[in-house]
Design a protein around this ligand. Structure first.
Ligand code: FE
Length: 199
């Protein structure tokens, strides 16, 4: 396995992480303040805005959109976004006929360089099981009502692939700059549990 493995009945990741941090600190291999800086970077500096810039560029530059769908990792790196948990990015595009939604059924694999750290609900066992069994109902509960004839595709993340949903550009956003478009794009839309609304 590469940077991240899946396990069965193990203690929660937070407990394992604390144990690991304590062990590594005790052995002098890491400094807690370095870890804190790393976490702060992904929580405060990255956030979902990197992903929003990727989406806005794809909406306004069709050549970029094609490259993004063909090789997500490379196209995202063009904008300077890369690093841990983002080495194998696959971008999937929502259309009038297909709605994509992302999960990690076994833990919480998530594309950090474009979305930051995952929200709590993404790590919740209820989300991880129900989005697979009955995505339409759960999406409805989360506020996303899809047409009956829209096909829902659920993508299960892993160490091999991290997914980013390319949402549909909303009607009524014509004439907006790329920067203003990025401001409309939410984290939830890029996980696939929401759509992007017009301003
Ligand atoms: Fe995972």
């Amino acid at each position: 396995m590469s940077e991240h493995s899946h396990g069965g009945d193990r203690p929660p990741v937070s407990v394992r992480a604390e144990a690991l941090e304590a062990l590594l600190t005790e052995r002098g291999l890491v400094k807690p303040e370095v870890l804190d800086g790393f976490i702060s970077r992904f929580v405060n500096d990255v956030g979902p805005m990197n992903g929003a810039k990727v989406v806005a560029k794809a909406w306004t530059d069709d050549d970029y959109r094609q490259r993004l769908l063909e090789d997500g990792t490379a196209a995202i790196a063009e904008l300077g976004f890369s690093g841990p948990q983002g080495e194998h990015m696959v971008v999937i595009e929502n259309t009038d006929d297909v709605h994509n939604v992302v999960v990690c059924t076994l833990c919480s694999c998530y594309p950090w360089p474009v979305l930051g750290l995952p929200p709590e609900w993404y790590k919740d066992p209820a989300y991880r099981s129900r989005i697979v069994r009955d995505p339409r109902t759960l999406l409805g509960e989360m506020g996303l009502d899809l047409d009956d004839d829209t096909e829902v595709r659920v993508w299960d993340s892993s160490a091999e692939n991290r997914y980013l949903v390319l949402p549909q550009r909303p009607d009524g956003a014509e004439g907006l700059s790329e920067e203003d478009l990025a401001g409309l794009v939410t984290r939830d839309a890029m996980v696939g549990v929401a759509k992007v609304s017009a301003p």
